[in-house]
Design a protein around this ligand. Structure first.
Ligand SMILES: [Zn+2]
Length: 585
């Protein structure tokens, strides 16, 4: 591959030495909204399952691009799921991914509860859903039954535990939502869990910050456990070559009845016994959930899969889960006197783990950080544009958590299936909060492929189709990640493979097919759409996206005799795969 730097960029390619032996006054912490915390009822809701709550996921647990908004309750497919309080079924959704089969129950106190990944609903609800699916000729539906149609009593069964949607095994995903629409930690609402085990502290990191609270680099410190299970650092004083630092921890909680690493409830940091930072998993605003990417060490997560809670906030992190303090966790260290650092990690039932040590600024340990050459400086607190040869993007205000030194290089990629330069836009390990517009101009796209052209993200392995619409000579999409982008074309139809299908289906209850496409989708690209008919009539094929599986359960609609099945599957660029077959019933 040949690297071509745009001439206008060459002069700006600066090696930046970030030396940070400065003692500037602390810049004011980012303006965080002061949120009035609601108090929640503790004796209103009952557990939605029988036989005790066994957690495989907690509220506020760190998940890709979001905080987990509820509890994951372990169980067996088919277990009864109960309404947690009196109310009525407000919304029913059926989704190929996400929550799968999900019920929202509205309660007279203004709260809602949500029950997701259900295998199925109780028969009256199930029949209502199936009728609506046939009416609309769609598997995925969102239904709002009239208020009085499905009234429920506290403890009444509403469904069966399952594994539908984006679920990694049978469990109930249970949420409690406040009247203002926030996800409230159900463990604060009296949902009982047996847990007398304190959170575990696995790793600690020190982040070196400049006077704008921006991270220059980091260093890991190993933790040790003594025979009593106390966690400490080797030696009680760490010498740190920096004037201003933040800390980060890898920490998990466990309850008594499942050996599962769950999320913790709060992470607090004290400097000389003063609260400097506190993050709490008490409630989550769905619009803010992506600030998780600012709270965690995103690059470490992308590179190594490790989840670190930052114990300081980045300048562009406006999440409501922090307690307001003067420093927001950016600690100024002294050379003449060590600072006492206390990390206090708690679970929602009040078990607490503490780590104490002293941090001393040591000039002899001063670190030098060399940043990679970069072409553009993108401030976090403004809108940023790039308008270059064949490439254009607009990053809205609020898309970045900190000011970045943006790297951009274009390659002339000679691959047969690439129809533009390869645009290397910074680094996929830098998080982006908001979607942004990205446009690429093709360099050698045959006219016949214009309607099949897509913006492809080639970050790793197979490229993703990010969609694209033509604006004159530019192909344009909206995405939410940095990385490598180019124009490719999708001319390949999705494949439909029979899994359970034969000429004689008289002894089968269901038929099933695998549907696969050549590109995964991202950005504005659409997921696969499909339609299944028997003798020309639409029939309900359920779609399990995680298994790429379509299945049809035989019912009274298909009588005895010979029938013709047709399945059509269409991808984002209109390529259509067809399966046709005759079977006997
Ligand atoms: Zn869940």
């Amino acid at each position: 591959m040949q690297k071509i730097l745009f001439p206008l960029l060459l002069g700006a390619s600066i090696a930046c030495f970030a030396l940070w032996a400065f003692d500037k006054p602390e810049r004011a912490a980012a303006a965080l909204p002061m949120l009035e915390k609601e108090t929640h009822p503790t004796d209103y809701f009952m557990p939605p399952v029988a036989g005790g709550i066994h957690l495989t996921g907690t509220c506020g647990e760190l998940r890709p691009n979001h905080y987990h908004a509820g509890l994951d309750i372990d169980g067996v497919t088919g277990n009864a799921i109960f309404a947690a309080a009196d109310g009525y079924i407000e919304t029913i959704k059926v989704q190929a991914n996400g929550y799968g089969n999900v019920l929202y129950v509205s309660h007279p106190n203004g709260y809602k509860t949500l029950y997701a990944h259900l295998d199925r609903f109780t028969s009256d609800i199930q029949q209502f859903v199936k009728n609506s699916q046939y009416e609309r000729e769609r598997f995925e539906v969102e239904l709002k039954p009239p208020d009085g149609l499905f009234k429920v009593k506290k403890g009444q069964q509403i469904g069966y535990l399952g594994n539908t949607g984006s679920s990694g095994g049978p469990h109930l995903h249970f949420e409690i939502r406040s009247p203002s629409g926030k996800a409230v930690n159900p463990l604060l609402c009296g949902i009982p869990v047996l847990d007398n085990i304190a959170p575990d502290l696995r790793d600690m990191k020190v982040y070196f910050l400049n006077d704008h609270r921006e991270v220059l680099g980091s260093k890991a410190f190993s933790l040790q456990k003594d025979k009593k299970g106390n966690i400490g650092l080797e030696g009680d004083t760490v010498r740190i070559g920096g004037a201003r630092v933040g800390f980060g921890v890898k920490t998990y909680d466990r309850s008594n009845t499942r050996r599962n690493d769950n999320g913790v409830y709060s992470v607090a940091l004290f400097a000389d016994d003063q609260l400097a930072f506190k993050w709490t998993a008490d409630e989550f605003d769905f619009d803010d959930s992506r600030y998780l990417n600012a709270h965690i060490d995103y690059a470490t997560r992308q590179r190594y899969g490790a989840w670190f809670h930052r114990c300081f906030t980045l300048p562009g992190d406006f999440s409501g889960n922090y307690t307001r303090t003067e420093t927001m966790g950016a600690i100024s260290l002294r050379m003449d006197k060590p600072t006492k650092i206390t990390l206090k990690i708690s679970d929602a039932t009040g078990n607490t783990r503490k780590l104490n040590f002293w941090a001393l600024r040591d000039e002899s340990a001063t670190e030098t950080f060399l940043s990679a050459p970069y072409q553009f400086l993108f401030p976090f607190d403004g809108e940023n544009h790039l308008d270059l040869e064949g490439f254009s993007m607009t990053l809205p205000k609020g898309a970045l958590y900190e000011t970045i030194q943006l790297q951009y290089v274009a390659d002339d990629d000679k691959s047969n299936d690439v129809f533009s330069s390869m645009h290397h836009l910074h680094d996929e390990r830098t998080p982006v909060h908001k979607s942004f517009d990205l446009k690429i101009m093709p360099t050698r796209l045959p006219a016949a492929l214009r309607s099949k052209a897509v913006i492809a993200n080639c970050n790793s392995g197979k490229p993703d189709n990010c969609g694209g619409t033509w604006q004159g000579e530019w192909l344009s999409t909206r995405i939410r990640t940095f990385g490598d982008f180019c124009i490719m074309a999708d001319t390949v139809a999705p494949k439909i493979t029979p899994v359970v299908f034969a000429a004689d289906m008289r002894r089968k209850n269901t038929m099933a097919f695998r549907i696969l496409d050549n590109f995964a989708v991202a950005g504005t690209a659409d997921n696969l759409r499909y339609r299944g008919t028997i003798d020309g009539q639409w029939v309900l094929f359920e779609y399990d996206k995680k298994r790429n599986r379509l299945s049809y359960e035989f019912d009274e609609r298909v009588g005895k005799g010979e029938h013709t099945l047709r399945i059509f599957v269409r991808d984002d660029r209109g390529n259509e795969g067809v399966f046709q077959g005759k079977f006997l019933r």
